[in-house]
Design a protein around this ligand. Structure first.
Ligand code: ADP
Ligand code: MG
Length: 254
């Protein structure tokens, strides 16, 4: 049995009076890829952000690497109670965003090296060697010295993936990594993410790209209005969806 890297149990989260997650449970086992699909507003980004504690939640458990998050307070006052634990979770769950979020005033190499050097305080030369390797791996090894604005969207997103990998995290979280890209640039990013899946990286991916989800997921979760409406292996979910809502959702996506 592979061990869960991330485990969410019966999570509830609201923004003020707006209930966004209503009892969601998700497990991402080591080496597995979990895809989150669902309409806009169904709570996918919120769920991902709860995993790495970028968002608070009001009840339910979050376990990282078997270790339950220790909370202080209850309900809307609930916060993680252990700063060291929060740092451990954040540095081990690297997130890749739709809008790349690269630092415009830093070169690509500096972007990739920044967090391992300043947050993890790793040796600069070691990090630089790793960063150059990772930029090679995502196909932009020749772009180390340029600034983000000089790259295409697909190249910027691949740089953002290299930056996430340079933290040597236990899992990667992707929030619609290809949604901001033109179709032809989308595929170069999909290819990189598929390679990571094939390497056995643990990943949670929010995506609108059903083909990518079908091709590389171990498990697919369909969220609807803050609840898991249906989940299962990709063959079942895409090949024989049971819920009418999922059927309808899939008929509108390509
Ligand atoms: P998805 O990623 O599936 O499109 P989100 O998780 O972004 O959905 O949003 C779920 C719901 O929570 C939506 O109704 C959205 O408007 C609301 N929401 C998201 N972020 C915030 C926020 N920071 N403050 C208030 N409401 C929010
Ligand atoms: Mg979203």
């Amino acid at each position: 049995m592979p061990a869960p890297v991330i485990e969410i149990r019966d999570l509830y989260k609201s923004y003020g009076a707006l209930e966004v997650l209503k009892g969601v449970s998700v497990t991402a086992d080591k080496g597995h890829v979990v895809s989150l699909i669902g309409s806009s507003g169904s709570g996918k980004s919120t769920l991902l952000r709860c995993c790495n504690l970028l968002e608070d939640s009001q009840s339910g458990e979050i376990l990282f690497d078997g270790d339950p998050i220790r909370w202080r307070g209850e309900g809307h006052n609930r916060r993680p109670g252990d700063a060291k634990q929060v740092l451990r979770v954040r540095t081990n769950l690297s997130m890749v965003f739709q809008q790349f979020n690269l630092w415009a005033h830093m070169t690509i190499l500096e972007n990739v090296m920044e967090a391992p050097v300043t947050v993890l305080r790793r040796d600069r030369d070691t990090v630089e060697a790793l960063a150059r390797n990772l930029l090679d791996k995502v196909g932009i090894g020749d772009k180390c010295e340029v600034y983000p604005a000089q790259l295409s969207g697909g190249q910027q997103q691949r740089a953002a993936i290299a930056r996430a990998l340079c933290m040597e995290p236990q899992a990667l979280l992707f929030d619609e990594p290809t949604s901001a890209l033109d179709p032809e640039l989308e595929q170069e990013v999909v290819r990189v993410i598929k390679d990571l899946a094939a390497e056995g990286r643990t990943m949670m991916i929010v995506t609108h790209d059903m083909r990518m989800a079908a091709d590389m997921s171990s498990h697919v979760i369909f969220l609807h209005q803050g609840r898991i409406e249906e989940e299962g292996p990709p063959d079942a979910l895409f090949g024989a969806p049971k819920s009418a809502r999922l059927q309808q959702f899939l008929s509108h996506s390509n």
